[in-house]
Design a protein around this ligand. Sequence first.
Ligand SMILES: Cc1ncc(COP(=O)(O)O)c(C=O)c1O
Length: 421
Amino acid sequence: MSSPALSRQEERAVSRSVDLQRLRADFPILRLKVNGKPLAYLDNAASSEMPQPVLDRLIRYQTQEHSNIHRAVHYLSETATAAYEGARSKIQKFINALESREVIYTRGTTDAVNLVMHGYGRAFLKEGDEIIISQLEHHSNIVPWQMLRDEKGCKLRVIPCNDAGELLLDEYESLFNARTKLVAVTHVSNALGTVNPVKRMIATAHSHGVPVLVDGAQAVPHLEIDVRDLDCDFYCFSGHKMFGPTGIGILYGKASLLEQMHPYQGGGDMILSVTFEKTTYNVIPYKFEAGTPPIAAAIGLGAAVDYLTDVGMENIAAWEHELLAYATGQMEALPGVRIVGTARDKAAVLSFVVAGVHPHDVGTILNEEGVAVRTGHHCAQPVMQRFGIPATARASFAFYNTFEEIDQLMAGIRRVQKMFG
Ligand SMILES: Cc1ncc(COP(=O)(O)O)c(C=O)c1O
C-alpha cells in the first residue's frame, strides 16, 4: 500500500486537505502485508503509528545526544536536557498552554489521571465530597476516582447518555451541589467516538466553582486543542495515540493548581534540598517528575507534535471527517450491521456489531483480510452496559487512512456475514 490508487472522491478531498500519498509514504509500517493482504490499519484509537521523522528523531537522540538530563555540565547532558525541555515547549505551544511549566511529562493518560487523583484528590478531597464523571469514560478515568472514593469516603456521580451516546447536559447540571469538588470527563469517547461539548461543560462546572479534568486521549490526535480557550483545569493525553512513542504522556494543569498540589512520587529531580529531617520540593513541573524520565520518548513526542503541526490539525480533522462519513454511509447501507454510537458530533471512531456474530469472530476474520480493528469492551465496560452489549468491533481512523481501506473493511464484514450466514 505504498501508493494506493485514489478514487476521484479521495482526490477531491486530498486536494483540499492532505496529500495522502505523500503522508502515507512517511509511515513505513503501512507498507506491511498481513496474511498476504495489504494492511488496513484501523486500530488508531488503541495506538497510532509513527512517521519516519519521529523514528529519525529517536535514532538521532540515541546515537548522538543521549545522556541523563538536568544533572551534569557535560556536552551530552546539556544537549539531552535542551532537547527534552525543547519538546516541552513544543507541546506547550501545540495545546496553547500559557507556560511550559504547566506541561508535565507522565507515562500516559492513565498516569496523568492518577497524578491528579493523588496530588489533588488525596490532598484536598474529604469524606462526603463528590466527583462527577460520565457514562462514557475509559476505565482510566473511572478507577482512580473509585480508589479515592473508597479511601476517603467520597461519592461518584455519573452523567448519563442517550441512545446516540450523547451526554445529557440537563442531568449534568442537576448533579452539582455544595459537595461537588471535581468534574472528570472525556473529551472524545474511545468506545463510541462522541465528541463531548467540554467547553460548555467546563463553563458549567466553573459557575459552581468546581475544577475540571479533561481526558483528551482521543481528542488530541484529531482536533485542535486550545487549553486556554477550553479553560480546563487539567488536560491529559498519551504520546502513542498521537503518532509518538509509548511510555510518554502529558498532564497539562493550570499553574495555580499545580503549585498547590502534593507531589505524586518522591525521588530525584523533584526536590530542591533533602536532609533526613526535611525535604523541600522542586518547582513545577519538576515537582511531578521524580526520577529519570523517558527522555527519548519525550523528545519523540516533540517530533510528533512538529509533524502534526506541519500537516495541520484543521487538515487532519477535515480528512478524517470525510473518512468517517464515508465509512458510516457504507456501514448504514449494510443489512445486519448496527453502528453503536451515533452522536451528531463524532471523531474518527466507528463501533459496530454484526448480527449473530461475536465481535471477536468479526475481528479474527477481518485480520485474515489484513484489516486491523479492535474488538472487546475497549476499556469502557460501563458504556457497553449502557448499550446492553458485551462488546463491539471498532474501526478507528487516522489521517493516513483511505477510502480504499474502508472498502477493504466492508468487504471483510461481508465475508464475515457469508461465513456465519
Ligand atoms: C479516552 C481514553 N482515555 C484514557 C486512555 C488510556 O490511555 P493510556 O493507556 O495511554 O494511558 C485511553 C486509551 O485507550 C482512552 O482511549
